[in-house]
Write a protein that binds this ligand. Structure first.
Ligand code: GZL
Length: 330
């Protein structure tokens, strides 16, 4: 009889752990009375990313009732996937993922679902047919950001007979931010026959990579390029492009190459006020409070909206003052 009871107990425990039921074990996140968040950030490639991480760390503190397990993936998807598997083993209450690119997530998100751990996507999206693999997404509408930039360009270059030479420097290939901002420019190029794509360069959202590829491109030109617009998919790309352009004797501004940037961090807004950046499209990194709203909704037994998009605007020099820039949070 005793053997039968032991076998039944073993079977119950095995079935219980197999179906993902969360029973606490030593050193296990499930035993904490804090809400345990496993957070997997892309890296620290840009000023935007640093501000986004700060926003999360400011919200998810022990004083606010959270234990934050923060993993920096150093720009590698495999590091993000390993971190998610570690969070599953630790039986965290929620997984917050800032996916570096859209593809390659279905398997590990299925593992989190089977473990009964909700996943919240932040900033960029994942390409998953099964929307039940994530509880909610909080981020920006990148296509809209690009469309706002294209609309500004139409105002600056209204004459359809005038050739407009455009250099496009994109961000991390396959990331939602790159896909949306690129799609908006491609739609505008399709619409305006007089807009000419001079070059498409990969800046990977970093200043160093952009400086390298832009210098290489400018040095390859037989003479002065007819560069009217440099469409930079984030601020750090813009900083690298401006550095390369000015080193090669180009003027950035109203009388030269009009640099467009996305993110609109303080550094970019200052360069916009000074006239080197023509247009800064805001991309709000302060997503911590929105993520907390999603988690609190779920903690209360509610169902969060599937997608939450932050409000964003565009800036030109005319919109800016030093005081306004100083007062901004990032
Ligand atoms: C946008 C975010 C992008 C920023 C870049 O939400 O994914 O990644 O625009 C960052 O600065 O690298």
């Amino acid at each position: 009889m005793r053997k039968l009871l032991l076998a039944a107990l073993f079977l119950t425990l095995t079935l219980c752990s197999a179906c993902g039921a969360r029973t606490a074990s030593p050193g296990d996140a499930a035993e904490e009375d804090l809400t345990v968040i496993g957070m997997c950030q892309v890296g620290a490639e840009s000023d935007w990313r640093v501000a986004d991480s700060e926003s999360m760390k400011t919200v998810f503190t022990e004083e606010n009732g959270y234990r934050l397990l923060f993993e920096d993936a150093r720009q590698k998807q495999e590091n993000q996937i390993s971190a998610i598997r570690k969070f599953i083993q630790q039986r965290v209450d929620y997984i917050v993922l800032m996916p570096i690119s859209e593809s390659g997530w279905e398997s590990v998100l299925q593992e989190a679902k089977e473990a009964g751990i909700p996943v919240i996507l932040v900033d960029r999206m994942v390409d998953a047919a099964d929307e039940s693999l994530y509880a909610a997404h909080v981020g920006s509408d990148f296509l809209r950001e690009g469309a706002m930039a294209a609309q500004w360009m139409e105002g600056v270059f209204p004459d359809e007979r005038e050739n407009v030479g455009i250099i496009h420097i994109h961000g991390t290939l396959g990331s939602t931010a790159q896909l949306g901002r690129t799609a908006a420019l491609e739609a505008a190029l399709e619409k305006h026959e007089n807009w000419e794509l001079l070059a498409r360069l990969d800046g990977d959202f970093t200043q160093a990579k952009t400086y390298e590829v832009m210098t290489e491109y400018l040095s390859s030109l037989p003479g002065r390029g007819n560069i009217d617009v440099v469409y930079c998919e984030n601020d750090n790309i813009a900083f690298g492009a401006i550095q390369a352009l000015e080193e090669q004797g180009y003027v950035c501004g109203r009388d030269g190459a009009r640099v467009i940037t996305f993110d609109a961090t303080r550094g970019a807004l200052t360069q916009c006020l000074e006239g080197r950046i023509a247009l800064a499209v805001e991309c709000n990194p302060l997503l911590g409070p929105l993520v907390e709203e999603v988690i609190q909704t779920m903690e209360a037994g509610g169902t969060p909206e599937k997608h939450r998009y932050v409000e964003e605007q565009v800036f030109t020099a005319e919109d800016l003052t030093e005081a306004l820039i100083e007062a901004r949070e990032y």
